[in-house]
Every structure is written in structure tokens, then in C-alpha cells.
Design a protein around this ligand. Structure first.
Ligand SMILES: Cc1cc2nc3c(=O)[nH]c(=O)nc-3n(C[C@H](O)[C@H](O)[C@H](O)COP(=O)(O)OP(=O)(O)OC[C@H]3O[C@@H](n4cnc5c(N)ncnc54)[C@H](O)[C@@H]3O)c2cc1C
Length: 422
């Protein structure tokens, strides 16, 4: 079936994982074809980090791995192949220097533009003779005698002894998110852990937050108010939306919330500390003082000195007080209710915004059936995996792109190193 002009490796998907795999494989001398269903490779990459592309971060190995949760150790060999320093050095060789944000943690291309990364990867592929077929969707894996034989695309068959599945997750369909990759893996017998949206805004039931749409708060603590969930929750920036809440702290919690919604089919209760770290006891003292010493002043005026005025104006009625209440008119019970909202406001998540707005997918090809040292299938020789198609997802902050690049690099190098007739 294969001729000397057949590619040795077909890569399904031209995202960061697929392009990194293509470069690694072609650098090792393999003939490589990348099939990308969209009209150009790396379309999702262009949207990352708000167009700036948070490529990785400066965390040490253990902390980086821990962020991926219980299965995090799986990524260790891929980080051996290309860790954060390795990725930055690799990009530098492509003419893309990187820079760390003033926070010392997040790493971006120095240009602060994702397009620099995308075009450098694509250029390197062309220099190495990688053939990129855009507008081509892979529909089926071809298998002969229990081995990979190539792929069936909507434009015909491509024979190849090795296929790298780098088809990403289901999030953001207009940026290439789809589930076909799971079907291809399933064809080879791979078990798929049910994909659910992660890094996704949450829809909430309460109406008092609706007028706050667009308001961003810097230091909010959010926790899932259920047994066996972290009582400390997570802290970070939160944004109110027209339908609920978003922002880094919410996105990072959203994978767990989505999994609970999926499992229990019940709304998920959250608690939010909106006080910016001011303890409840201190709020009680402040409100008592205003009640005693500033009784004639509007409560919303006093509260707006400590929290954004839009938040003050939403919380006062929610605590059962008229918006124009004066400090002396707020009863003890209402003041307690206000402190409760400031430091432990309940919110009820009814849904996520779904795969349409999910920056990553939780679930995917189960890791048990993939060798972490080569990223080759344990079921079908010649089939390799890279990136988000696997059942691994990290929080926001450069984790997912680092994984895509590291796994792509390892899968590409492993596929190229595989003996031609193995
Ligand atoms: C808006 C947004 C912002 C993000 N920001 C960041 C960030 O700043 N930092 C970070 O670390 N992560 C970020 N992410 C996550 C990150 O983009 C992904 O984790 C990463 O792109 C995964 O890389 P991948 O190559 O595995 O998959 P993808 O980038 O999804 O690429 C897969 C490609 O495969 C193609 N494909 C799928 N099926 C087929 C098929 N059957 N045939 C042919 N082609 C196919 C798709 O069209 C797609 O181009 C962001 C995601 C989004 C949506």
C-alpha cells in the first residue's frame, strides 16, 4: 500500500501539538503530512491569552505537574523531552523570543502576539518540507494486520505507517473544537473518558448579580459548597457576566463544577468571598461604627469606599435594605445579612456555557492505554497521541499550551524513531 513517496507520518490536527509533532518528526528526517480541517493551522492558538498567547509559566516541575491533578505524573516524560525552558529555547530558535510578565510567572512571546508563534511554527514546517493539507478533515483511521495503515480523509486516503492524533478537544467549535478525534481513537479500541467543558464561564441562578455584568474583582475567594470539596476554595480575579460569573478564578474551578453538574444533574452551590480579604469581624466593626458615628450618611456611600459602588448597590437590596437606607437605619439583622453577602455570598450554578465557550476539554483518550514515554497507543502500534485529545487538562496560565507543545514534541520524535516496519 505504501510507496517510497508515501508520508511516513500523518498528523491529524494542525494545532500547537500537531505542529510541534510535525517539526520534531521532520527534524528527525521523517516525511510528514499534517491534515487540518480549518483553512489554516493554529487557529485556536491565535486566540490564546486574549491574542497574546500565554505560552507557559515559570513554575518548577513539581508544582507544574501538581496543577494537572491526580494524573499529572503522566506528563513527566513529555517535560523531560521539552520543559518550560526547553519550549522557550525552541521558540527562540524559530525567531520567537519570549518574555515573562511583571508577575514573574506567566510567559508570552516578547511580541505579545500569538500570531508570531503561529506563523513561526508554520514557517518552520514549510522549511522542513512538512506538507500541510488545510481544509482536510480526517474521518477514519486505516488499519491493517493490527497496525496503523493511514487515514481516510474527506479528500481521499493517505497511506502511512504512523499516525499522530493531535485533534484537540471539543471547546470553541469555530476554532476547530470537535469530537472526531475521539471517534478515531475509539476506532482503535481506545476508551474515552466522557469529555466535559473546562475553563468555561458559569451560568448562575441569582438575579442580583445581573446588573454587575462586566464588573471585575481582583481578589475573590470561591469555593464549592458541598461535602468533600476544598473548604479553602481558590482565590483570584473574577468577572460578573450577563449570565453568571467568569474570570481566572472561576475558570479554574469550572472543570470541577462541570463534572459535578454532569454527574449529579443538580445545580452546584458556590460561596464567594467578595470582601477582598477583609474578615467578617472587621466588617461588623465597620458597620457598627457607621451606624453609631455616621448615622445620617447613606450606607451605599460608606460601603462604596471599600468595595466598587456597583457591588455596594447590588448587595444592599439583596441584604433586605432599601438602596437609600442611612447607616443608622440598618438593623443588626440586616447588617449581619450584608456582612454574610460580602464574605460568604451564596451563588447557584445551574450550567456552564458549554463547549461553545470552553477553553479546554476535561476527559478524552484515557491515559491508561497510552505509553507516557513515547505517547504511543498500547493498543494499536503506530498510533500516537499529543495535546488536549488526551484525558489531561491544566488550569489557566500557560499549562495547556506547554502540555500541547511538550507532548507534540515527544510524540513526533517517538513516531519518527519507530522502526519503519515495527
Ligand atoms: C480562547 C482560548 C484561549 C486560550 N488561552 C490559552 C492560554 O493563553 N494558554 C494556554 O496554555 N492555553 C490556552 N488555551 C488552551 C489551548 O489553546 C489548548 O489547550 C491548545 O490549543 C491545545 O492544543 P492542541 O494542539 O492539542 O489542540 P488544538 O489547538 O485544538 O488543535 C487541534 C486541531 O485539530 C484540528 N482537527 C480536529 N479534528 C480534526 C480532524 N478530524 N481532521 C483534521 N483536523 C482536525 C482542529 O481544527 C484544530 O486546529 C486557550 C483556549 C482557548 C479556546
Amino acid at each position: 500500500m505504501q510507496s517510497s513517496s508515501s508520508p511516513q507520518i500523518v498528523i491529524v490536527g494542525g494545532g500547537p501539538a500537531g505542529l510541534a509533532a510535525a517539526i520534531a518528526a521532520a527534524q528527525s528526517g521523517a516525511r510528514v503530512v499534517v491534515c487540518e480541517q480549518l483553512d489554516r493551522p493554529g487557529v485556536k492558538l491565535l486566540a490564546t491569552g486574549g491574542g497574546r498567547c500565554n505560552i507557559t509559566n515559570t513554575l518548577g516541575r513539581d508544582e507544574f505537574i501538581a496543577a494537572f491533578g491526580r494524573q499529572g505524573r503522566f506528563i513527566d516524560p513529555a517535560l523531560d523531552a521539552m520543559d518550560n525552558a526547553g519550549l522557550r529555547a525552541f521558540l527562540a530558535t524559530l525567531g520567537v523570543p519570549t518574555a515573562t510578565d511583571p508577575d514573574g510567572l506567566h510567559v508570552y512571546p516578547a511580541s505579545q502576539q500569538a500570531v508570531t508563534v503561529q506563523s513561526a511554527l508554520w514557517r518552520r514546517c514549510r522549511e522542513l518540507g512538512v506538507e500541510t493539507r488545510t481544509g482536510v478533515r480526517v474521518a477514519r483511521l486505516l488499519m491493517t494486520d493490527g497496525k496503523v495503515a493511514g487515514v481516510q480523509t474527506d479528500g481521499g486516503e493517505i497511506a502511512a505507517g504512523r499516525v499522530i492524533l493531535a485533534s484537540g478537544g471539543r471547546g470553541y467549535p469555530e476554532l476547530g473544537g470537535c469530537g472526531v478525534g475521539y471517534d478515531l481513537a475509539g476506532q482503535a479500541g481506545h476508551k474515552i473518558v466522557t469529555p466535559t467543558p473546562a475553563l468555561v464561564p458559569l451560568t448562575t441562578a441569582e438575579h442580583w448579580t445581573r446588573p454587575l455584568a462586566g464588573l471585575s474583582l481582583d481578589c475573590v475567594r470561591v469555593r464549592i459548597d458541598l461535602p468533600r470539596q476544598s473548604a479553602a476554595g481558590v482565590v483570584g480575579e473574577m468577572i460578573f457576566t450577563h449570565h453568571g460569573i467568569s474570570g481566572p478564578v472561576v475558570l479554574d474551578l469550572s472543570g470541577d463544577v462541570a463534572a459535578l453538574l454532569d454527574r449529579t444533574k443538580e445545580p452546584v452551590p458556590l460561596r464567594m468571598d467578595l470582601s477582598g480579604g477583609v474578615q467578617a469581624a472587621e466588617w461588623h466593626r465597620r458597620l457598627d461604627r457607621w451606624n453609631r458615628d455616621d448615622g445620617a450618611k447613606m450606607l451605599r456611600t460608606m460601603l462604596s469606599r471599600d468595595v466598587p459602588h456597583r457591588l455596594a448597590e447590588a448587595l444592599i437590596p439583596e441584604a433586605g435594605l432599601p438602596l437609600d437606607v442611612r447607616c443608622s437605619q440598618a438593623s443588626r439583622a440586616r447588617r449581619d445579612a450584608l456582612v454574610g453577602l460580602l464574605t460568604d455570598a451564596p451563588l447557584t450554578v445551574t450550567a456552564t456555557e458549554g463547549f461553545r465557550r470552553a477553553m479546554v476539554t476535561r476527559g478524552g483518550v484515557t491515559l491508561k492505554q497510552v505509553d507516557p514515554h513515547t505517547l504511543q497507543s498500547r493498543l494499536l502500534p503506530g498510533l500516537f497521541f499529543a495535546g488536549e485529545v488526551l484525558d489531561l487538562d491544566g488550569p489557566s496560565g500557560g499549562f495547556n499550551l506547554q502540555w500541547a507543545f511538550s507532548s507534540g514534541h515527544l510524540a513526533g520524535a517517538s513516531a519518527a524513531a519507530m522502526a519503519p516496519h515495527a
